[in-house]
Ligand binder design. Sequence first.
Ligand code: UFG
Length: 343
Amino acid sequence: MSSILVTGGAGYIGSHTVVELFRAGYNPVIIDNFSNSEKSVLKGIESITGERITLYTGDCNDADFVNYIFESDPEITGCIHFAAYKAVGESVEKPVEYYKNNINSLLVLLTSMMQFNIKNLVFSSSCTVYGQPDELPVTESSPVKKAESPYGNTKQICEEVIEDTVAAAGEIKAVSLRYFNPVGAHPSSQIGELPIGTPNNLVPFLTQTVAGIRKELVIFGDDYDTPDGTCVRDYIHVLDLAQAHVKALDYLDKKKNDSLYRVFNVGTGNGHTVLDVIKTFESVTGEKVNYRVGTRRAGDVEKVWANADKINKELNWKTQLTLKQALNDAWSWQKVLKNRGKQ
Ligand code: UFG
């Protein structure tokens, strides 16, 4: 059974991907420094899968540590690199920390992969690289726009680093997955998103509001050029997104080329407004959302959703779960957290 190193494997998307890797017959090996995740996640993964997890606690910026893992586990044939800082607003305040952490950890990983002859890499990228696209839905050949934040810029730079490394090394194969908006939780309610402090993202803020942790949800502007004036995004169930990583690994495994770099959008192909999300949540859960319309948030793009034809065709991946299911799962997870006395 081939082992896959999952950096940031205890995080939101990482933990769901670990579950899907087990299900697909891979043996995931997690590396996490728990700077933005909790050890309890591992219990959740183990209770879903019934498998014991191999965990290395430490930082991907530490080359000796990463080398030690590859030395200790010669079965590792590929890596999925999630570990990164991800808060857009914080990146504006602490750009140096974001550039240092997000870029250096990739450089360390690539160096170590080359040293240990590990060929397959899946990189966690974002649709943020498109900014506000000129044409919708956005395809992979749409231009990469100047990043709105240091966080977004780290994703662009990392993609370029991987592309250049693949071209030069001649023996690494890599896929960058450009995520649209991941939402929801595992349908078992054993794992989900664990925002630290006040959430920045819509769905955790919404579920916390309904749970009574936040007073009200503020919609950031309703004067955009969209059907109801609120911003449009492509919300994808986190479990569907997790499966895309497994498909990407399968794809890399099958490719015999010594060198290959591919970029894929991972979205549903459908756009939903903020009001759609609120109304869908209300209809699926029967709960009322206390919300009001406020002013626009700086840096928000008006509308973006994916053209997912390329990943549908080339990776044989398609979204299977709906926004309704995602919001229902997010709400079930929120109730579990509340019972645990968390958030
Ligand atoms: N929104 C609100 N109120 C809130 C939170 C969000 O109205 O309290 C709105 C936003 O204005 C936006 C939509 O809900 O229209 C989604 O916002 P999120 O913060 O959930 O997601 P973003 O699309 O802003 O950001 C996400 C990821 C980023 C990534 C970006 C790429 O969180 O990491 O997509 O476009 F960079």
